[in-house]
Design a binder for this molecule. Structure first.
Ligand SMILES: Nc1ncnc2c1ncn2[C@@H]1O[C@H](COP(=O)(O)OP(=O)(O)OP(=O)(O)O)[C@@H](O)[C@H]1O
Length: 251
């Protein structure tokens, strides 16, 4: 029995009279690789925010491992295994790569606020952070300041931070945004190699990345889920071409 790890039922989000998310049913199983695409302003980020708890549903519900978490705040959903990255860089630029990831490890352990306590905990967190960086091929950059790192690698640090939270579900919001084409393979390879037990949902405008990575793709248009299918089905769907792929060339 594979229960969805994360699910929405008839979820709706209004901003005043504007419907940003229009009665969406969605579910993701453990280890799935899924992409969410749609034109600019379709409501992709809002939908991600509904999953994390950053935005509350106007109606409908969000479920995590079979439990209604619609009223569970974001920090507690993180504890239960929902991690995300953001469209924009949110790193501590003057700190090292290792320090950034180590901080996330300590947060995950509930030790984030204890700045002066627990040398052993600090050391252990540094080891865990180093393991994560190694898996992402980033160990040789561990001591570098974020500010001195190429942008593509900065995006990988954000993924490392999300992994430090030991997620069951990883939500990636445009992980390749702003990364120069010469470095985008770094992001692509990292995402392709993420641990198989983590369910991954990616919002991405780069169709090469989407089609390489996703087992299934959801298409969101004006807050509504237009369709869901395999990459081949989505590529062949004339409605998708009309509303999304056609316009994406001009985006
Ligand atoms: N806090 C808010 N208040 C009012 N309107 C909002 C708010 N957040 C989002 N919206 C509106 O909801 C719609 C969907 O926005 P959202 O950012 O979710 O779309 P998106 O698909 O992620 O877009 P993009 O691809 O450009 O990032 C937009 O029209 C946006 O203006």
């Amino acid at each position: 029995m594979t229960l969805p790890i994360i699910e929405t039922r008839n979820v709706r989000r209004m901003y005043g009279a504007f419907v940003a998310t229009d009665n969406v049913d969605f579910s993701l199983k453990a280890g799935e690789r899924r992409a969410l695409i749609g034109p600019n302003g379709a409501g992709k980020t809002t939908f991600l925010n509904l999953l994390t708890g950053q935005v509350a549903p106007t109606s409908g519900s969000v479920w995590l491992a079979g439990e209604d978490v619609s009223k569970v705040p974001m920090h507690r959903r993180v504890r239960r295994g929902v991690a995300r990255t953001f469209q924009l860089n949110t790193l501590l630029r003057e700190s090292s790569v290792l320090e950034n990831v180590q901080l996330a490890v300590l947060e995950q352990q509930g030790l984030g606020g204890r700045l002066f306590g627990g040398k052993a905990a600090q050391r252990e967190a540094a080891n865990t952070a180093m393991d994560i960086l190694q898996k992402l091929g980033m160990s040789s950059h561990a001591a570098k300041r974020i500010a001195d790192l190429p942008y593509g690698r900065q995006r990988l640090v954000e993924i490392a931070i999300a992994l430090a939270l030991r997620p069951k579900v990883l939500l990636l919001d445009e992980p390749a945004a702003g990364v120069p084409p010469a470095d985008s393979h770094l992001v692509m390879d990292t995402i392709a190699d993420l641990p198989g037990d983590i369910a991954v949902l990616i919002i991405e405008h780069d169709m090469k990345l989407v089609f390489r990575f996703a087992q299934r793709i959801n298409v969101l248009v004006r807050g509504r889920m237009l369709t869901e299918g395999t990459p081949a089905e989505i590529a062949a769907d004339p409605r998708v071409r009309e509303v999304y792929l056609g316009r994406a060339h001009h985006a």
